[in-house]
Design a protein around this ligand. Structure first.
Ligand code: GLU
Length: 291
């Protein structure tokens, strides 16, 4: 039997909190219960928000928690050429297009359309979908703008990608922390519209890097927070058009703050470093998150 492979994939754009601790410890628990592997991936493609200080904090917190992971750690910012190669394929297959609208232009376009009485569609996170007007730009005009260094992002042409796949997509979702029962969930990538798959300066985005890395690292089980549940649809579509294997998924419960809301990186009182400094032990953290 092939070894099960799990990963914990934090982004060093803030401090780890109890929610991260739960995710990391659950991955560790499943890896050790199944005799599998646990890998660590630093998701630092956002070079403006990720810092070496936050990354150092992640290592400090995880070591303190007693998390053990295999070497080497994959740091996404060291692998831009892997993503570039995949992006080039998507460009040549015309499954992505350069989208030039700025945030302000998007907002104005949507406001104008809503004034005419149209309810603009939103993604599952409540963000308005990208108005896919650039899809109709003639190739010459695209090239002219790119040659003039106009800002743009590569967006997935979700309709073209779905048509290429030609069949309904689903993913396998485990329904409990022991990974016993699983069910097929219908993937609905179109609910997210034409998502960004790369930026002009950075040849990837969260979605693209995550599917490329899950495949390159041989991840068999993606265990992560419920907040990424519906985004899995986009990732399944990318896996399919890129011919990548599909892992199984378990989207675990989120650890909520005292106010019943999702924890954020700015909650100092549930940050692992703050808890440690206040005298908490790793066992206290395990008890707090229920592992
Ligand atoms: N880097 C993402 C985060 O910190 C997690 C991505 C994933 O697990 O797929 O929220």
């Amino acid at each position: 039997m092939t070894l099960l492979t799990f990963r914990f994939a934090p982004s060093p754009n803030g401090e780890l909190h109890l929610g991260h601790a739960y995710s990391a410890l659950l991955n560790q628990k499943l890896a050790s219960a199944t005799g599998g592997r646990l890998l660590l991936r630093i998701e630092d493609i956002d070079t403006t928000r990720c810092t070496p200080e936050f990354e150092a904090g992640i290592f400090r917190d995880l070591e303190w928690l007693g998390l053990g992971w295999e070497q080497p750690v994959r740091r996404q910012s060291e692998h831009f050429s892997d993503y570039r190669a995949v992006l080039d394929r998507l460009i040549s297959e015309e499954l992505v297009y350069p989208a030039f609208m700025s945030r302000g232009e998007i907002r104005a376009f949507i406001t104008a359309s809503e004034k005419r009485g149209r309810n603009w569609p939103r993604d599952p996170d409540g963000v308005p979908l990208y108005p896919a007007v650039d899809k109709a730009l003639p190739m010459k005009e695209r090239q002219r703008r790119m040659a003039e260094s106009a800002p743009f992002a590569w967006r997935l042409d979700v309709d073209a990608a779905m048509a290429r796949v030609g069949t309904d997509l689903s993913w396998l979702e485990f329904s409990d922390e022991r990974l016993s029962a699983k069910r097929a969930v219908k993937a609905r990538p179109q609910d997210w519209g034409d998502v960004i798959v790369a930026r002009r300066e950075i040849p990837t985005s969260y979605h693209l890097a995550v599917v490329v890395d899950d495949a390159l690292q041989g991840i068999s089980h993606v265990v992560r927070g419920q907040d990424l549940y519906s985004a899995t649809g986009v990732q399944r579509l990318l896996q399919e058009i890129l011919g990548l294997p599909q892992p199984g998924y378990f989207h675990h419960r989120l650890v909520l703050g005292p106010d019943g809301r999702k924890l954020s990186k700015s909650f100092a009182d549930t940050g692992l470093a703050a808890l440690r400094e206040a005298g908490a032990s790793p066992e206290d953290v395990r008890r707090l998150v229920g592992i």
